[in-house]
Design a protein around this ligand. Structure first.
Ligand code: PEP
Ligand code: MG
Length: 958
């Protein structure tokens, strides 16, 4: 179970005291690249807060929440101290297990570890072990008892045949954590053994987690191989754990007591006969855990202390889980529950102490077990797939009236008109009771096949590799045998295909979401997406019929996978209720060249299908059912726009020079190296922002120097002597890499991202810099570091680059920073002395300046880069740079906003780096300008009070 191997264990160590032992353990973690040196302080601080002694001569030292950012990889390292180390409170530790983990993995790891320790005292054996392998065996091979309790007995079950009964038995074993996915299938392949009295025996040792025996009986007697079937024993077999029980069962059968099982009406009688764990008839109490990090060591310890103050047995389990629970007096068992915030703990206690003990435990949990807690609000988590929740929000807010003019956020330029196709959440209605396993299984399979065929068609018809990948993942989810097995088990319980499918998807998605891992949460969204498709297929709920002519797609938010389904010939424009200009949906719409307005408000979802809409993606305007005159005017504008676009395209290779001779460089923002040639063809004078994280995301592990070199060389080759501005890896927080796990952060945008993360892994930054320098081969290279907020960050990164340049010389190298954090803009006069250039990332600069999450579902519409506060930061940056003779670019989305161009030019920005499709238009816009007039306009804008006022000012001046 635990992924220990001998190489992670150091045998025969000695340490005079706990401090020395901690230093040794931290040294192992550091040497093996699991943590940064700062983690030792965290381990020490953690011990000062409370001992990590677990019991049985084992301690589990680990860091504090403050030092989680020092963890690079989750893992454990073990050191054996045969002479023992005094761990305080008279406890001696013979085996210390140093844990490098972030919040949630930490609990999971503890859970695995404590399960492995079992209940017997291993301390002597751990101390005397001579080989690491022996320790591994001890930790993994703690003797396991056969699980057999009331949760594993199912009597009088609705089953139409042997297969259905078998599924039920397997399901009980799985619920009791005895078996994993795949168990039911392997059980079904076994040879059932008749025991007489209509009783049968079946076992499997495949996918077994711990040994357990389930006993199930059908509501109606069944037949198997021409004999009666009144009861079935299903064994999850592991080692010899079941031997004694089997002997006892044989004795009972030989003694003619088979009817005890075949006619059993209570699980108690079965358990009494077999010697299983009898259900205790004890008072219970449920209380929800509200501790932010769940039941981790410190609160658990307090709980054990309270439980220990009562002389009598107290057990606890996660509410709704199978089994008798664990002793509330055992720290290791409590940790083994892996209880998280929001889960309810169900305590049960011997009747004689129950009243006082349960009240004390409940009060302690509600009080936070020594921690400050935010009370848990029930019902915060809801099932997205449940029919009630799938009810669209339509009707809550009235639709805008005919003739209404909505001002929203300009997301992708262009004028579009057409009937509305409103796509809201679908409502699914279905019966929970199925028409029998065979029928429901058949329905489910047909639906899965149908959806799979549909997704396959999407994969084939999608040109974009990343979108194809999303759908390939969806297909894999549909075909996941574990998922199917779970659903089939639910079908065997009598559920309909719809109910079984949605319950399983809901459970699986919730499980992933509960891990608070950004990547897994994304997978959960995919799972729900796939879930909805299959449910729609099963319920015969069709997507709204597409109008004949090109239409305006109206949605709550457009997810990348929605965009992939769009037929660009048919979708004239996109209007969303939520989202802002820098949200994903907007960036994708721009890339695809579909006019888009986002953040229109909930009312747009209430529009009647087919309502005529007019959308201006440049001004962020929407007209509902416009009159003929307005439409006519819009058509003229669109015609003029198209002509302007054609003219701009024809002159795309000419430089962008204002009427009075001021030149502005227009460059391209590139994600993938392969896009460079097209960008040059579209008029790019340089690459102004190469987002290198895409190079990293395209690989299953961090790409090595050679791989990166060839990617960068490809860009430089296509640029043919034009400059390349590269941003070093900008991941972390909201943009994790699969192979670079990061701790969940409550506020990732304010967490470890960009240069902060790179400086924690200088090896990765160094490889990237080496690859860039080597690929340049004398060509103009500008390297910039993302998210710099402090001068030390810049200096550390610069020093590394300069050191490497001594090894890999490059004459035309400039080093700069992205100005994305207000502190960098405010510090620009200081930074400008040291950098070669600035490139302003207005997407982030705006979110940090205005304190609005750029992906915030409702607020991001207000994150407008034309806010005078943001413009002031840009102005300060330019002024500081020019005072030192340095240049400034803008590479955020603002640079491609036609209303922003005159202001950025007026503020003195030297380079605008935009999506390749916008290059020609931006150049054309610059040519229309008069530099002096733009300067005056920018001055006026700086004195205004809001983004709306700035937009109005520029529009007036057009
Ligand atoms: C920015 O923040 O403006 C920027 C260009 O970087 P990104 O959008 O990749 O965060
Ligand atoms: Mg940024």
């Amino acid at each position: 179970m635990l992924e220990f191997n001998a190489s992670q264990i150091q045998m025969g160590a000695s340490a005079p005291d706990k401090a020395a032992a901690l230093a040794l353990l931290a040294g192992r973690l550091i040497d093996d690249g699991l943590v940064a040196p700062g983690y030792l302080a965290g381990m020490q601080a953690r011990e000062a807060q409370g001992s990590t002694y677990l019991g049985q001569g084992v301690a589990i030292p680990h860091g504090t929440p403050d030092t989680r950012d020092q963890v690079f990889h989750t893992g454990v390292r073990l050191i054996q101290f045969p002479d023992g180390v005094d761990w305080g409170d008279g406890q001696r530790v013979y085996l210390a297990i140093a844990i490098a983990a972030r919040s949630d993995e930490h609990l999971r790891l503890l859970q695995l570890l404590t399960r492995a320790l079992g209940e017997g005292d291993l301390s002597q054996a751990l101390r005397e072990a001579r080989e690491p392998e022996a320790l591994v065996e001890l930790l993994q091979g703690a003797p396991q008892e056969l699980a057999l309790d009331s949760q594993l007995i199912g009597l009088g079950l609705a089953a139409e045949d042997f297969d259905e009964l078998l599924w039920q038995g397997a399901r009980l074993l799985k619920k009791a954590d005895c078996a994993a996915s795949g168990f039911a299938n392997s059980l079904a392949q076994g040879q059932p053994l008749p025991l007489g009295n209509g009783l049968w025996w079946l076992h499997s040792d495949q996918a077994v987690l711990r040994p357990g025996l389930a006993f199930v009986t059908p509501a109606q007697p069944l037949q198997l191989h021409g004999q009666s079937l009144t009861g079935l024993f299903c064994l999850a077999s592991l080692g010899e754990a079941h031997r004694r029980l089997l002997e006892r069962l044989c004795d009972l059968l030989i003694a003619g007591q088979g009817a005890t099982f075949s006619q059993a009406t209570s699980s108690r009688s079965v358990l009494e006969a077999l010697g299983g764990e009898l259900p205790a008839d004890w008072p219970t109490r449920c209380v929800t855990l509200a501790n932010a990090h769940g039941l981790h060591a410190r609160p658990a310890k307090l709980l054990t202390e309270i439980a220990q103050s009562f002389s009598g047995e107290i057990r606890v389990r996660l509410a709704g889980e199978a089994g008798q629970g664990v002793s509330a007096k055992s720290l290791s068992r409590l940790l083994g529950l892996g209880a998280r915030r929001g889960q309810a703990l169900e305590f049960s206690a011997e009747p004689v102490i129950a009243e006082d003990a349960l009240a004390a435990l409940e009060a302690a949990v509600l009080d936070g077990l020594g921690e400050t807690i935010e009370p848990w609000v029930a019902g915060a988590a809801r099932s997205e797939l449940s029919p009630a929740d799938a009810t669209p929000s339509r009707g809550k807010t009235p639709a805008p009236a005919a003739g209404a003019r909505l001002q929203a956020v300009a997301a992708a330029p262009g004028i579009a008109m057409g009937p509305a196709l409103v796509r809201t959440a679908q409502t699914f209605e279905y019966s929970h009771q199925g028409g029998g396993l065979v029928v429901e299984l058949q329905r489910l399979r047909q639906a899965l096949e149908q959806v799979d065929r549909h997704i396959q068609r999407l994969v084939e018809s999608t040109a974009e590799a990343n979108i194809r990948e999303i759908f390939t993942t969806h297909r894999a989810m549909l075909g996941d045998p574990a998922l199917r097995e779970e659903v089939e088990a639910r079908l065997a319980e009598g559920l309909s295909a719809e109910a079984a499918w949605s319950a399983e998807i809901d459970a699986a998605a919730q499980q992933q979401e509960a891990l608070h891992d950004a990547l897994l949460a994304e997978r959960a969204a995919d799972l729900r997406d796939v879930g909805r498709r299959v449910l729609a297929e099963l319920c015969g709920v069709a997507a709204p019929v597409e109008p004949e002519q090109p239409y305006i797609l109206v949605m709550d938010e457009v997810a990348p996978s929605d965009v992939a389904c769009l037929d660009r010939q048919r979708v004239a424009g996109i209007l969303t209720a939520r989202g802002g200009a820098t949200a994903h949906s907007a960036i994708i719409a721009r890339t695809l060249g579909i006019p888009a307005v986002v953040g229109g408000g909930e009312a747009v979802l209430a529009l009647t299908q087919g309502t005529e809409l007019l959308l201006d993606g440049e001004r962020g305007l929407v007209r509902v059912a416009p009159d003929a005159q307005t439409l006519q005017q819009a058509r003229r504008e669109r015609e003029a726009g198209l002509r302007r676009r054609e003219r701009a395209h024809a002159e795309r290779l000419q430089p962008a020079v204002t009427g009075d001779g001021h030149r502005v460089e227009v460059a391209a923002n590139i994600g993938a190296s392969g896009d460079t040639a097209e960008a040059v063809e579209l008029g790019a004078e340089a690459v102004g922002l190469l987002r290198t994280e895409l190079v990293f995301m395209d690989h299953p592990q961090a790409p090595d120097q050679a791989t990166q070199e060839s990617e960068y060389r490809r860009v430089l080759d296509a640029l043919d002597g034009r400059p390349l501005v590269v941003r070093t890896l900008d991941v972390g927080g909201d943009k994790p890499l699969p192979y670079w796990p990061m701790p969940a952060e409550s506020n990732p945008f304010l967490g470890v991202r960009g240069i902060r993360l790179s400086l924690q892994r200088p090896d990765i930054l160094e490889t990237q810099l080496r690859a860039l320098l080597a690929a340049a081969e004398g060509r103009p290279l500008r390297i910039m570091f993302p998210m710099v907020g402090a001068i030390e960050e810049w200096r550390a990164a610069r020093d590394l680059a300069l050191r490497l340049r001594e090894e890999i010389p490059l004459a035309d190298l400039q080093l700069g920073i992205m100005v994305e954090v207000p502190s960098a803009a405010l510090l620009a006069p200081v930074l400008a002395r040291e950098v070669d250039f600035f490139s302003i990332g207005t997407n982030d600069l705006t979110q940090y300046c205005l304190a609005i999450d750029r992906d915030h579902p409702t607020l991001s519409a207000q994150a407008d880069g034309l806010h005078p506060a943001v413009l002031r930061l840009i102005g300060m940056t330019v002024e500081a740079a020019h005072a030192q003779g340095k240049w400034v670019g803008v590479c955020g989305e603002l640079a491609g906003d036609m209303l922003a161009v005159p202001l950025l030019v007026g503020l003195g920005v030297d380079e605008l780096s935009v999506a390749p499709r916008s290059i020609a238009l931006v150049k054309a816009r610059v040519r229309e300008l008069d530099y002096r007039h733009s300067q005056t306009l920018a001055d006026q804008a700086l004195g205004l009070e809001s983004a709306a006022a700035v937009r109005a000012l520029v529009e007036e001046g057009q």
